[in-house]
Each structure stands twice: as structure tokens, then as C-alpha cells.
Design a protein around this ligand. Sequence first.
Ligand SMILES: Cc1cc2nc3c(=O)[nH]c(=O)nc-3n(C[C@H](O)[C@H](O)[C@H](O)COP(=O)(O)OP(=O)(O)OC[C@H]3O[C@@H](n4cnc5c(N)ncnc54)[C@H](O)[C@@H]3O)c2cc1C
Length: 256
Amino acid sequence: MKRNWEGVVLKVMGAKDFTLKVTGREEITPDFLRVHVRDGGLLKASGLHPTMWIRLWFDDCGKAHQRAYTLVDADPVAGTFSMDFAMHSGVAADWARTAQAGDTIDATVQGSSFSFPQPAPRRIWVVGDPASIPAINSLLDVRGEVPVTAWLEYQHDADPSLEVRASDSDVVTWIPRKRDGAALVEEVCGSLTSGSVAVAEDFFWIACEASSTRAIVKHLRKVLGVDKHRIDALGYWRAQVLTRASSGSPFCLQEG
Ligand SMILES: Cc1cc2nc3c(=O)[nH]c(=O)nc-3n(C[C@H](O)[C@H](O)[C@H](O)COP(=O)(O)OP(=O)(O)OC[C@H]3O[C@@H](n4cnc5c(N)ncnc54)[C@H](O)[C@@H]3O)c2cc1C
């Protein structure tokens, strides 16, 4: 599989490449799969930080298809980690659905960074969905005593059963995805007010669908005046209508 211009740009930026070997696959729910891999030296060479993600290179009918996935339960000594795949119709999700022990996949490390804010925030406000639960859990693992309020959008009945490593004093609310994400945005923005938020003391970690992420960050910056250094936000996926050009293997035309 030939990599596209993204591969060239990443190389110029000093990206490191590895080959991961699948050792097994687990169904956490019918819509959320965990794939276990040997890391091909990745953890030793790149270190590990909370919310760490890598770029996987999938084969989309001979064309390179790059998507980001988060490390789960990484063990640098054993050289292993897992990745959780929120299911939908897409090349990456389809790969996870059929991945078997012995399969390999190329990975690139470039762009992931996170350090826990210091001094510790008064509260962390989190917005995510199943795709960002692996990162959210790694954030919860290092937040110490800092309380967390989280909103998680879901599309499948079993999603709210997914493990969220919250404590009893945290507040976690699952919100069904409705009106292209507007339900989540309204709930979050209606709750994040000058009365509930300590603008100069709180930290905001937002990783859901791209336009929802943008709308929530706009609310934080423009309405509440939150400093950008107090916000860590990234659109984790983009809602789009499936066309042959933008979709994965269901529409893949095989030659011959
Ligand atoms: C830093 C980072 C870390 C990430 N970590 C993870 C992770 O650990 N686990 C994980 O599951 N995802 C993770 N994601 C999200 C993942 O990269 C995207 O969901 C990606 O688009 C999936 O690629 P695909 O080839 O399966 O689908 P695409 O070809 O990108 O999209 C195909 C169709 O599926 C829809 N779609 C794509 N993703 C989702 C979704 N999550 N939910 C609902 N519909 C979707 C699209 O709107 C489109 O219609 C991460 C994203 C980022 C930026």
C-alpha cells in the first residue's frame, strides 16, 4: 500500500513508523471492539503519556487511509497495548471487525502530546463519546483528587455500559446523539455558565464529533471567555454523508 502525501509530510516532521502485530480481539459490546497488539518497539521509542494516540495506516482498496487511535492499557515493559474501536461504517472500524491474531498494521507516532495542567485545576469538564472514552479514561487515571463532570454522547444502546473510570464524586451524563449532535451541544453549553464554571481555575477537555467540538469551544471562548490554555479540544471524527469517495470498504470497487 502506497502512502499518500500525508505520509511524506509526517516523515518530514520526524514521525516514527512502526509495525504492530495483532495478538487478539475482544468484543466489549457489539459496537465497541478491543484489539490487542505487540508494539513493534513503539512504546520504547516514543514513551507514553495520558490520552496518547497514534496514526494507523489502513488499506482502502490499495490507497492509504490514515486514522487516529488511542493507546489502551499500554505496557512498555511487555511492549504491548490495546486499542478500542467504536463501531460505525468505515475503513478503520471494518479492519477492527475482522482483525485476527497475526495480522499486522503500520502505525506512525506524530502529533500526540498532553501534560496534566499545573497547578491542578479546580474541576475538569469533559465532553466526549465512545471514540474518546479510551483517552478520557487515561485522563481520569491521572487527575488525582480533581473532580470531573463529563458529558458523553452515545448512538448505541450498549454504549452507556462502557467502562468510564469515574469516582463516586464525579458526574457523568450520557446523552443520546440527536439532531446531528445539537442535543449534546445544547446540554453542555446550557450547563457551562458563568455560575458553574471557574473560568481561571477549571480545565476543559473536549473530544467529540468535529462540529460539536467546535461549537462547544466557541461557547467556552466567546461566551465564557476561557483562556485557550485551559482548553484541550480536538474533533475526533467528522459526521458526513457516506459517498463512495468518502467511505470505507462497503463501497470499495475491486478491480477485475
Ligand atoms: C486523536 C484521536 C484519537 C482517536 N482515538 C480513537 C479511539 O481510540 N477509538 C475510536 O474508536 N476512535 C478514535 N478516534 C476517532 C477515529 O479516528 C475516527 O472515528 C475515524 O474517523 C474512524 O475512521 P473510519 O475509517 O472507521 O471511518 P471514516 O472513513 O472516517 O468515516 C466513515 C463514516 O463513519 C462515520 N464515523 C466515523 N467515526 C465515527 C464515530 N466515532 N462514531 C460514529 N460515526 C463515525 C463518519 O461520519 C462517516 O460517515 C480518534 C480520533 C482522534 C483525532
